[in-house]
Write a protein that binds this ligand. Structure first.
Ligand code: FA5
Length: 345
């Protein structure tokens, strides 16, 4: 019993003198830890006669409890004084409200582009890229648009002020993503399935639906026994997944020198489902893109044998799709970098 009392007294004194949590922890282990002094005393219990064991046991447990409380209190007081001294070293007002970080977010154009890429990837299309500064050859000749052909007037062009290359002609800011058709065929041959999202440029007057810089997505599928029925199926699947509502497509005749036959593709209005509304001008259809079977001359330019392979290509305006998706009524807002506009997405 005396030993117990002495242990309690001495330990309490030591606890009072301790100044850091490390030393407190060491002392706690030394006294009431698994191999601690008090724990050893408690182990003696089993060899004691019955009556002594009871009173000694009670006393030993009280001592342990008292010590545990003393250790806990000291730990709490040490950590609060540590906190106080840390805070007293700070020379600014920690209660002053902070300044909110201005975080950016994904541009609506990029968001829709990623969605388009995801859907086409799931259908087995690879995603290709091509140069924005392109040669006249890839932008025009390779696509069956010879110099002086009136079709060149369909897309007014920015030229780079540099000596023309003998074979490839002048450098231009590409007017569409179609030059990547020939580049891809040259590089990968047939069969192939790709989409090409990218920025294009046209020298034209801007208005609410025309910009000089905008984005397109090209599609190209080359294989054996390919027909426009496949294009219809792929586009219906793509538009249904994109708008998450069943979409129908229809073809109208259209002219592009690099496809034969050429067509314009419309899809059933995603807003009214084809019934007719303001967005589709009561027609139930939205004009979406140019497309057609890849012209023989374009296959040849890409090094693909037209007797063995055929395919289709399409090109739609990604920027216009974004406008449709978010009901944006002026194309110029998209590249305006105006936070009042961008914050809405
Ligand atoms: C073309 O650019 C063809 N290369 C498409 C094509 C590809 C046809 C493959 C056949 C086979 P077009 O000039 O119509 O076609 O442009 C395609 C889309 O780009 C248009 O439907 C429209 O959505 C968008 N577009 C055209 N001009 C502008 C502009 N100034 N501003 C914004 N979007 C435009």
């Amino acid at each position: 019993m005396d030993k117990l009392k002495q242990l309690l007294k001495e330990t309490l004194e030591k606890i009072t003198r301790i100044k850091d949590t490390g030393a407190l922890q060491d002392l706690e282990v030394k006294i009431i830890g698994r191999k601690g002094e008090l724990t050893n005393v408690l182990r003696m219990l089993k060899d004691m006669p019955e009556e002594e064991r009871k009173t000694f046991g009670q006393e030993a447990n009280k001592t342990k409890q008292a010590l545990q409380e003393a250790f806990d209190e000291k730990r709490a007081s040490l950590s609060s004084s540590m906190m106080k001294s840390a805070l007293s070293n700070i020379d600014f007002d920690i209660t002053e409200p902070g300044i909110r970080e201005q975080t950016g977010h994904i541009h609506p154009l990029a968001k829709v582009q990623w969605e388009v890429e995801n859907i086409f990837s799931q259908m087995g299309f690879a995603i290709m890229d091509g140069p924005e500064v392109e040669s006249e050859y890839y932008n025009f000749e390779g696509l069956n648009i010879p110099a002086h052909h009136p079709a060149r007037d369909m897309q007014d062009t920015f030229f780079i002020d540099k000596e023309p290359d003998k074979k490839q002609g002048r450098l231009v800011l590409r007017t569409h993503t179609s030059p990547v058709q020939v580049r891809t065929m040259e590089k990968y041959g047939a069969p192939l399935r790709v989409i090409v999202p990218g920025r294009v440029f046209r020298y034209e007057a801007t208005d609410a639906s025309h910009d000089t810089t905008f984005d397109q997505v090209e599609g190209l599928l080359i294989d054996k026994d390919i027909s426009l029925a496949h294009l219809k199926g792929v586009m219906e699947e793509f538009l249904t997944r994109l708008f998450q509502r069943e979409a129908k497509v229809r073809f109208r005749p259209g002219y592009f020198p690099f496809v034969e036959p050429g067509l314009e593709l419309d899809f059933s209005c995603a807003l009214c489902g084809g019934g007719g509304c303001k967005v589709c001008k009561k027609s139930g259809w939205i004009e979406f893109m140019g497309a057609g079977m890849v012209h023989e001359n374009v296959l040849k330019a890409g090094g693909v044998d037209p007797k063995k392979y055929q395919g289709w290509a399409f090109g739609f305006g990604l920027t216009r799709l974004v406008m449709m998706r978010y009901a944006i009524d002026d194309i110029r807002l998209l590249k305006s970098a105006d936070p009042r506009f961008l914050k809405q997405f």
